[in-house]
Design a protein around this ligand. Structure first.
Ligand SMILES: [Zn+2]
Length: 178
């Protein structure tokens, strides 16, 4: 490290630098979730080719599962994706696969990892995702169910961003007076 490396610390920080955190929070807030239902959980685990009574294994690599992976992320490019904390969007996963998969598409991830039984693994996921309960909630679904509330929600989001921009401008003029 050189003395001049300190330069990268010598700058102001902007609230809008966190814009994606706020966007994600708004998008996630729209994501639906399922109430726990033993029969729905059991049928989804069965579709994944596992016995709901047994210790579950990772759908991506067969190691003991330690987490539930969201097959589809709730937020894509700052917008609600249509998927939530739903039983048919959560699959047993080991920590390593959950982290490695990240935002990747499940099928690309499985193919890329090249584990044994590729075709069976994909077929089980397709079966799991073919159920009615796996269908995403589209923005049209939300509009049809709650147009006025959605309009207000989007208005609030814009207003929050406008206020954050303003706060950055005010903070800048405060710094200039110091
Ligand atoms: Zn795994």
């Amino acid at each position: 490290m050189k003395a001049y490396d300190i330069k990268k610390y010598l700058k102001s920080s902007r609230i809008m630098g966190r814009k994606s955190t706020f966007s994600n929070a708004f998008a996630s807030a729209l994501a639906p979730f399922d109430e726990y239902s033993e029969s729905t959980v059991n049928s989804s685990i069965t579709d994944l080719g596992q016995n709901p009574e047994d210790e579950l294994t990772c759908v991506y690599c067969d190691a003991p599962a330690a987490t539930w992976d969201h097959v589809f992320n709730r937020v894509i490019a700052g917008e609600f994706s249509g998927y939530g904390h739903r039983i048919r969007n959560l699959v047993p996963s080991c920590r390593t696969c959950n982290e490695r998969k990240g935002k990747k598409n499940w099928r690309d991830f499985i193919i890329h990892e090249g584990r044994p039984n590729l075709e069976n693994r994909i077929a089980r996921m397709e079966k799991f995702l073919s159920a009615d309960e796996a269908r995403p909630t589209t923005m049209d679904d939300i509009r049809n169910a709650a147009q006025p509330e959605l309009d207000r929600f989007l208005e609030i989001r814009s207003e929050v961003f406008r206020l954050l921009e303003e706060a950055d401008a005010v903070a800048k003029s405060i710094r200039q007076k110091l």
